[in-house]
Design a protein around this ligand. Structure first.
Ligand code: FA5
Length: 359
């Protein structure tokens, strides 16, 4: 186009204004701006051409092209403002948030009831001055059996069906611990005396799963070694524990049992917290929780066998101790009337929810 040709300048301006008007979005307006106001646009070229015109034509042409360009600039900025206002209006509509709609709730995670109970059981002993001790789940046979007075050929080894860890050349000497009692040995070997520890943890047994047995479950173990400890101290600790868990007033009962690492050994039962022994009395209502026996077995226990103390380099003439161990899932089942241990492990939140949320 020729800058001096007024009708060409007028046409370029008209085309530019039409393009600006036709732009329906900010992107389209940007394209129109590049095409009609950019360096290669007809009006910009006309402007560049002015210097090449004969001097007499320059002023008039310059005025005309300048006026056209400023009219275009104004049209562009007007349209820009319009389109921005339209966009803002649209955003208000399309991105409107209805704050009255129910939110998509992501429930907060919580600790599992078995973990909560294990913590609560530990807390009872921590309050009595015990420390928490932990050990590995893949354990050396020596800790799991030998140091606990269960040598390789001892029939007691059969009492706990063991899962052995294969080594590269057969026997690795390692097992998945069958109970938390190896933590007794680890504690006796590493901690100073007197010693009061409680050890919650996961244990494994080569057992078929049924309503009351699982191949993976949790135990909590207590161990006290001090000068002059007797069975009376063991009874006192167990009674304090039952009082703390179920409220004061339930009696405990000790009966002889056998564990190689305690001598004498016993099993502890507490009076049924549901019927309080009434179901076992003549004419009493039947009780599902204690099967109308009036008692619920809660733990194995005993005085630490002097052979265990000797294996850990402790003088059994000076020190004595007591120990006890109980199953956490079984404890949960007793306390809350859970009839199938599988409910504690199949991960259904409806089960956990019944115990409330504790983070
Ligand atoms: C022991 O494991 C001993 N270490 C307990 C002990 C510790 C005695 C310290 C003396 C001194 P036992 O094998 O009975 O004992 O297991 C203890 C508890 O674990 C049982 O009373 C029961 O509550 C729980 N338990 C045992 N086997 C299973 C299983 N397969 N599934 C769920 N709980 C189990």
């Amino acid at each position: 186009m020729s800058a001096s040709n007024s009708s060409e300048v007028g046409r370029a301006l008209a085309e530019a204004l039409a393009a600006v008007e036709a732009a329906a979005s900010l992107d389209e307006l940007k394209a129109a701006r590049i095409a009609h106001e950019g360096d290669r646009s007809p009006l910009a070229q006309a402007s560049a051409e002015i210097g090449t015109l004969p001097p007499a034509e320059r002023a008039e042409t310059g005025r005309r092209v300048g006026a056209a360009r400023s009219e275009l600039r104004e049209a562009l900025s007007r349209r820009q403002a319009q389109l921005e206002a339209e966009r803002d209006q649209q955003v208000l509509v399309t991105e409107a948030v209805d704050v009255t709609l129910p939110s998509a709730r992501v429930p907060r995670g919580a600790r599992h009831p078995v973990t909560m109970l294990a913590d609560r059981l530990s807390d009872v002993f921590i309050a009595m001055g015990y420390e928490v001790a932990e050990g590995p789940e893949v354990e050396a046979e020596w800790y799991n059996f030998d140091a606990l007075n269960i040598p390789p050929d001892h029939p007691a080894r059969e009492m706990q069906d063991t899962l052995f860890v294969a080594g590269s050349e057969g026997d690795s000497g390692m097992v998945l611990r069958t109970h938390t009692s190896p933590v007794q040995i680890r504690s006796l070997l590493t901690r100073p005396l007197p010693l009061y520890v409680v050890s919650p943890g996961r244990v494994y047994r080569n057992e078929a799963i049924d309503a009351t047995h699982s191949p993976v479950f949790h135990q909590i173990e207590g161990l006290a070694v001090d000068e002059g400890l007797t069975m009376a101290d063991l009874r006192g600790a167990i009674q304090a524990f039952v009082d703390a868990m179920f409220g004061v007033g339930l009696r405990t009962r000790f009966r002889p049992d056998y564990f190689p690492f305690t001598e004498p050994s016993g099993d502890v039962a507490m009076e049924c917290h549901v019927c309080r022994g009434a179901s076992a009395k003549p004419g009493g209502e039947p009780c599902r929780v204690c099967k109308s026996s009036g008692w619920i077995e809660i733990a194995g226990c005993g005085m630490v066998n002097p052979r265990v103390l000797v294996a850990c380099g402790i003088d059994p003439d000076r020190y004595s101790g007591f120990a006890f161990g109980l199953g956490v899932e079984r404890g949960l089942m007793i306390a809350h009337g859970v009839t199938d241990i599988r409910d504690t492990m199949d991960g259904d939140v409806r089960f956990s929810r019944a115990f409330g949320m504790e983070l």
